[in-house]
Design a protein around this ligand. Structure first.
Ligand code: F6P
Length: 366
């Protein structure tokens, strides 16, 4: 056995999501209860590069269970081994490997184990450190629920709750005005949020990146509903959904980010198409970052606490380089190096797709 962990460094990387503070609280309290000191690293891997680290005490993590965001801050740009540091005369971004600076920060603060809370991008940033022998455990975070190796990430269920409530609210206004309403939800290349919120809200059409759609099939379904006396249609659309033969709509690109593409705009395009082709008045709503903000739902508070405890169990049992995971309704763990950079998309045989079809939900496949 190696020497046990005496001081951990905790960081939150990538986009924020509800439950981050609940995890920080769980990890910190559990560690302190075991006599392990806790250092909070600010703004994800950026804080490790820039030596921005502070001790966390019981007081620091008191009363944060229900608070959204992260008390440590986050960054979705900082990949230490490929860090944008400026531009050359031609305007090209200059990248540098700043891993050494991170190692110095770890040494300076005598951090012997990292707790990395993040999604596939953050696990990718952690991978080179693990390969160099740094001790780390991972905790899966993202509203997108698209991290390989786990059935669930914390933050997802809250995002689904928020999206479902928005769809429910849109339902009544769509019915009053006899409109088609297209609601665009987040999820990047994965349709988990759209699928769950779409089913939970009884949306008439659900569009997923995993099932390219036919605009003709969407319009036919809107018209079919009108002929049957249903004079409105609710469409829950993933930001990554796209017409068969077409492409995902990119809202903006950020070349300084390890994940440079930001999707968005499909709902606007779709509502215009529906109105032009069917004559049914259409509107669109983009939920955006609302889905990432605010207090975590009860389930995510529970999951975050379970994940934090499981991460500390890995550390106490000296089982490093593992990512806490949720599989088949139970806590387990998988190798971080296997999860790094791998997305978990909605599979064609996902039972919820079959269940949605059984209640006549249309996926408008192209
Ligand atoms: O990964 C979480 C997420 O909210 C995605 O659903 C979305 O595509 C992306 O992040 C948005 O990123 P940003 O916060 O950089 O706009």
């Amino acid at each position: 056995m190696n020497r046990p962990t005496r001081r951990i460094g905790v960081l939150t990387g990538g986009g924020d999501c509800p439950g981050l503070n609940a995890v920080i609280r769980a990890v910190t309290k559990d560690a302190l209860n075991h006599g392990i000191e806790v250092m909070g690293i600010e703004d994800g891997f950026l804080g490790l590069i820039e030596d921005r680290v502070r001790p966390l005490t019981f007081d620091d993590v008191s009363n944060i269970l229900t608070v959204g965001g992260t008390i440590l801050g986050s960054s979705n740009k900082a990949d230490p081994s490929h860090m944008p540091v400026g531009r050359d005369k031609q305007g090209n971004i200059i990248y540098k490997d700043l891993s050494e600076a991170c190692l110095i920060t770890l040494e300076t603060h005598e951090i012997d184990t990292l707790v990395v809370i993040g999604g596939d991008g953050t696990m990718t940033c952690a991978a080179p450190f693990i390969e160099r022998g740094i001790r780390a455990v991972g905790i899966p975070k993202t509203i997108d629920n698209d991290l390989w190796g786990t059935d669930l990430t914390f933050g997802f269920t809250t995002a689904v709750e928020i999206a479902t409530e928005a769809l429910d609210r849109v339902h009544t206004t769509a019915a009053s005005h006899h409109r088609a309403m297209v609601v665009e939800v987040m999820g990047r290349n994965a349709g988990w949020i759209a699928l769950h919120a779409g089913v939970a809200s009884g949306s008439d059409i659900i569009l997923l990146p995993e099932i390219p759609f036919s605009i003709d099939a969407v319009c036919e379904h809107v018209e079919l509903r009108s002929t049957r006396g249903r004079r409105f249609t609710i469409i829950c659309c993933a930001e990554g959904a796209y017409p068969a033969g077409g492409e995902k709509i990119v809202e903006r690109t950020d070349p300084t980010s390890p994940d440079p593409i930001r999707l968005g705009g499909i709902a606007k395009w779709l509502s215009t198409q529906i109105e032009d082709r069917t004559g049914v008045e259409s509107r669109h709503v983009v939920l955006g970052h609302v889905q990432r903000g605010g207090t975590p739902c009860a389930f995510d508070r529970v999951l975050s606490t379970l994940f934090g405890d499981a991460a500390m169990d890995l550390i106490l049992n000296q089982r490093y380089s593992r990512l806490v995971a949720w599989q088949g309704g139970r806590i387990t763990d998988v190798p971080i190096l296997e999860a790094a950079g791998r997305q978990r998309l909605v599979p064609p045989d996902e039972p919820l797709i079959a269940a949605a079809r059984s209640v006549n939900t249309c996926f408008a496949e192209g």
